[in-house]
Design a protein around this ligand. Structure first.
Ligand SMILES: Cc1cc2nc3c(=O)[nH]c(=O)nc-3n(C[C@H](O)[C@H](O)[C@H](O)COP(=O)(O)OP(=O)(O)OC[C@H]3O[C@@H](n4cnc5c(N)ncnc54)[C@H](O)[C@@H]3O)c2cc1C
Length: 443
């Protein structure tokens, strides 16, 4: 049976994993959750915590963390949507502030859960560095920091060239900003710890249990190859796979991002780079580079190129051009790494709504809820979304359920081939702007 270790460095290097049994026979539950990533497991945990009498079953098509939750960069960060300026232009100042507050709460929730449950997630709390490699990118970072300040959001400290290079010494970095609030974790370790925490709270998790059909009657009837679940309520936490489900077809589309990781660096290499604070670091391109040290002394870097799919196709984890570019660009950032070996290359899908911000809400009626559109910023967001989804399932009005991107009207993606044309057009624009703002820096 495929253990999916090839899906990421994190899944490959996590200690042997013991899967739960697939669903068998008929189970009657209060709430069925589709998908065992951060969203599904956090929802199950928050449901059981709020209502310990509920029977909650999580059904995962493959294994816990098979999706983006076991493959990501591990940045627990406050960025909402693409950029604060874009969110403000599309949704206004008040909603941008509200979204930013939600993200801050999400980052704090991850931190609190790790501490409360002693989660062995290789989590640390180094803050987040946003770096510029051109003057135009520095102006973009300054504009974002100014905008957040105007909105009353504190904690984004601007850094000049010297201050950035004292933290991480790349000849390409011309300045940046620093946000102390943010954390970083090993996603595979974390999602499997989240399974432990959800189970300890009383949720059941079934792996290798893809939901193949959902019938809606007085109760929901969910069928997997080995069993059936009858549920009063359903939570759809299938992220970038959600467009494969009838009711969510037009609400999100998958876009694939890719990562590589070096062999462990030696002391001399780390000394040449600095990076003693081990912060998560992103640049300010549209199609960003995101990079971070790992607990065992490597650098993992992702981004630079994205892959888009057509229709139901989900087979874009591997992109040789992205891998080659990331390996080349890491050495451009850090010349002392010339000749370093890369040991793992992987990718995974993120869920993108047509207006690039998340959507959480009811599907049909209050008995079925869903969450999509966390794009590449879902590590923290999904944890708090789990609490929001739990409130929606319990029909408890809360500050979370009143957030503007909950139960909002979702601008639909058009049907194929128009969806592919639209995603290619948006990506094409982003690429051209990157090229204009930074010239031929990355070849
Ligand atoms: C390479 C990469 C790097 C990223 N880096 C970052 C980062 O550094 N910081 C950040 O904030 N975000 C990052 N993200 C985004 C972040 O990982 C996601 O937003 C987040 O993990 C989404 O969690 P989720 O639980 O909603 O979805 P997922 O983890 O994708 O889980 C969905 C699950 O649903 C299951 N499923 C699908 N269909 C069915 C079905 N029919 N029946 C049962 N189960 C089903 C899938 O198998 C999957 O396990 C990155 C994403 C990728 C791919």
């Amino acid at each position: 049976m495929n253990d999916h270790r090839d899906k990421s460095f994190w899944l490959d290097t996590h200690p042997p994993y013991e899967e739960n049994q697939p669903l068998e026979g008929l189970q009657r539950v209060d709430v069925a959750v589709l998908g065992a990533g951060f969203t599904g497991l956090s929802t199950a945990y928050h449901l059981r915590r709020a209502e310990p009498s509920l029977r909650v079953a999580v059904l995962e098509a493959e294994i816990v963390g098979f999706g983006a939750s076991g493959r990501n960069g591990g940045f627990s960060m406050t960025l909402f949507g693409m950029q604060p300026a874009l969110t403000k232009a599309m949704f206004g100042a008040a909603r941008t502030r509200e979204a930013q507050r939600y993200m801050e709460r999400a980052v704090d929730l991850v931190d609190a859960m790790v501490r409360e449950h002693d989660m062995q997630s290789d989590y640390w709390h180094p803050g987040y560095l946003h770096v510029a490699t051109t003057d135009a990118h520095m102006r973009r970072i300054e504009k974002a920091a100014r905008l957040l300040e105007e909105l009353g959001i504190a904690g984004h400290e601007l850094l000049d060239r010297q201050a950035v290079r004292e933290r991480v010494d790349s000849p390409l970095f011309v300045g940046g900003s620093f946000e102390a609030r943010c954390g970083i974790l090993n996603p595979a370790r974390h999602v499997r710890e989240l399974k432990r925490v959800a189970e300890a709270a009383g949720a059941e998790v079934y792996e290798r249990s893809p939901v193949e059909s959902i019938e809606r009657g007085t109760r929901f009837c969910l069928r997997t190859p080995g069993g059936t679940v009858e549920a009063e309520r359903v939570v759809i936490a299938t992220n970038a796979w959600s467009h494969l489900l009838a009711g969510l077809r037009s609400r999100e589309a998958p876009v694939f991002t890719h990562m590589v990781v070096t062999e462990p660096l030696n002391e001399k290499q780390w000394e040449a780079i600095g990076w003693a604070g081990r912060e998560g670091l992103e640049d300010a391109r549209n199609i960003i580079h995101y990079l971070r040290p790992t607990a065992d002394g490597r650098i993992a870097i992702g981004g630079y190129r994205l892959s888009v799919s057509f229709g139901r196709d989900m087979d874009h984890d591997l992109n040789p051009n992205a891998f080659a570019g990331l390996e080349r660009n890491l050495v451009s950032m850090f010349p002392p790494l010339a000749g370093v070996r890369f040991t793992h290359r992987w990718g995974g899908p993120v869920s993108v709504t047509a207006d690039l911000v998340p959507a959480i809400g009811q599907l049909g009626d209050a008995r079925c809820v869903y969450s999509v559109g966390c794009i590449g910023h879902g590590v923290s967001l999904t944890h708090l979304n789990g609490q929001t989804l739990a409130d929606l399932v319990l029909e408890r009005s809360s500050e979370l359920t009143e957030t503007w991107f909950v139960n909002r009207r979702v601008f639909p993606w058009p049907p194929e081939p128009l969806r592919a044309l639209a995603t290619h057009a948006i990506l094409g624009y982003m690429k051209v702007e990157d090229r204009v703002l930074e010239g031929n820096k990355w070849g």
